[in-house]
Design a protein around this ligand. Sequence first.
Ligand code: SAM
Length: 227
Amino acid sequence: MTAVDDKTVVREYFNATGFDRWRRIYGDGEVNKVQLDIRKGHQKTVDTVMAWFMADGNLAELTVCDAGCGVGSLSIPMAAAGARVYASDISEKMVGEARERAQKLLGPDQIPTFEARDLESLEGHYHSVICLDVLIHYPQDKAAEMIQHLSALAESRLVLSFAPKTIFYTALKKVGDFFPGPSKATRAYLHRQADVIKILEANGWTIQRTAFNKTQFYFSRLLEATR
Ligand SMILES: C[S@@+](CC[C@H](N)C(=O)[O-])C[C@H]1O[C@@H](n2cnc3c(N)ncnc32)[C@H](O)[C@@H]1O
């Protein structure tokens, strides 16, 4: 399957069954045990990023691009903490949900600019670009191009998270547990941390902070790169 096909599949998935599934996982309503576990794991990733940015103490001065924002799990707390947030996602449905949640939770001046756009078509410059759990939709040979594009948008910081390719997780993925459940419908690509770091360094970045957030069914390596 080519990357173009992958992208179409991903867009259609997150506008249909994937939207229903992930909107529930990234919400606070009742979900099954596996989904609850993934919700908790993903929340750890969001909390880690928020803690990093809050520790720097200058969020209110920053422009932030949340590339592949989903339902706004990160965009909303970022905006609530004072950042000027631009958020986009390839799925109109995910962006629509993010906008609705933001309108409920934020003041009118805080609401991020939301757009349905794939991240390859993003333009402009932001202090920080963040892209959480999106690389899972990119085959290894497309990751460099994607990270290079995000690098061109980011002035000072790029934060990425991805499912790490290790022997253990490769085996787990093979037995079909990566996105468990019947609504699993997209391919999941794991990435080697060393490969991602090499791509970041080739784009002029230095790794500052790292974290690994995991629960039973969720695992995500988080890297903060600055320049
Ligand atoms: C697993 S979700 C993560 C959402 C969000 N970053 C978060 O952590 O809450 C992956 C998201 O990436 C989006 N996505 C996948 N490929 C994309 C692309 N090429 N451009 C923009 N968004 C994309 C999907 O529509 C989906 O909302």
